[in-house]
Design a binder for this molecule. Structure first.
Ligand code: AVJ
Length: 319
């Protein structure tokens, strides 16, 4: 196992975070991109969310992978390179890796270095024969030539967890086109996509009773305080998540409980009572909708797997 550059330096990461927050708080409505949820603590909170009874996506997708991973591995093929985008704790990955041929190469990509290191070590111990090449990077910025030394191998991107839901449909098309460029002709994409369903089920999934989703959302404020020296009263912001049906997406917000200001790097950002920072969109697609979206990006659906209630879809696409 070897870690490849370009690992973003802590300094650069902090600069990015500051720039994004400053720009986001200057915009109307105020926003902060969801990728900043995932520092070490945020990644841990996300893992806790996945264990709640309300958050169905993880266990539903895991069950789909458990039942169909052999077939999925067949589609991935032998002598392939499997690239996982935003691998995080890579909890579902063994379900695929266990069926891959011994000459497969696994390339996990994640922005969180400790998470990447720990999860790759764990996988390497469990699958000693597989070659692993972790890459610490923001996959949104990954150039098409980032995955080198894989000439003559089929490249397949594994993108589970419905992370694509964080993109707007336009952004999703852009990302899917970039994934196509990354894997090249003959490449594939195994992707998990959360489906549309009742507002009640969706709202519950993003408002778990244990409060992990609320803590996850508010961790952004804590990060701003500890890493950027922002002056703010985190208790004066409330977690708000709801299904915006016309847009087909969950929205997460941090809503100001009063009229107040956040001070950041010499600048003051004013909030009215009830004004929010929009922190996440999580788009939901029916199988048919996603198939159309992927087609726009040049992908063709080969196979689709889902649970009996069609809460969640896993698609295998090829170019
Ligand atoms: C990791 C983006 C798929 O949208 O469901 C979970 C993140 N946010 N609870 C999702 C999340 C709040 C998650 N994704």
């Amino acid at each position: 196992m070897r870690s490849e550059s370009p690992t973003p330096s802590p300094d650069q990461e902090k600069k990015d975070f500051l720039c994004s927050v400053r720009e986001g708080l200057r915009s109307r409505p105020k926003t902060i991109p969801p990728k900043y949820f995932y520092d070490a603590h945020g990644s841990h909170l996300f893992d806790l969310i996945c264990t709640t009874p309300e958050y169905y996506p993880t266990r539903t997708e895991t069950a789909i992978l458990e039942h169909h991973s052999e077939e999925m591995a067949e589609m991935i093929g032998t002598s392939s390179t499997l690239i996982e985008l935003g691998s995080g704790s890579a909890i579902k990955t063994p379900l695929i890796l266990r069926h891959l041929s011994h000459d497969a190469v696994y390339v996990p990509i994640d922005i969180c270095e400790p998470h990447l290191r720990n999860s790759t070590q764990r996988l390497q111990t469990r699958f000693p024969a597989l070659k692993m090449q972790p890459l610490c990077a923001d996959y949104h910025r990954l150039p098409a030539h980032a995955i080198k030394h894989h000439v003559g191998r089929r490249k397949v991107v594994f993108f589970p967890g419905s992370t694509i839901g964080n993109c707007t449909p336009d952004e999703a098309v852009t990302l899917l086109k970039r994934v196509a460029a990354l894997v090249g002709p003959g490449g594939g994409l195994l992707i998990g996509v959360d489906a549309k369903k009742s507002t009640e089920t969706l709202n519950a999934a993003y408002n778990d009773a244990a409060g992990h989703t609320a803590a996850f959302n508010r961790n952004l404020l804590t990060r701003m305080q500890s890493e950027l020296g922002a002056q703010l009263d985190a208790d004066q912001f409330a977690h708000h998540a709801y299904y915006n049906e016309p847009h087909g997406r969950i929205e997460m917000h941090l809503v100001s409980r009063c009229k107040q200001a956040i001070r950041l790097d010499g600048e003051s950002f004013e909030f009215d009572e009830g004004e929010s920072i929009h922190t996440e969109n999580s788009y939901k697609y029916s199988a048919q909708e996603f198939k159309q979206l992927a087609r726009t990006a040049g992908w063709h659906l080969q196979s689709n797997w889902h649970d009996e209630n069609e809460l969640f879809n896993v698609h295998y696409l090829s170019q």
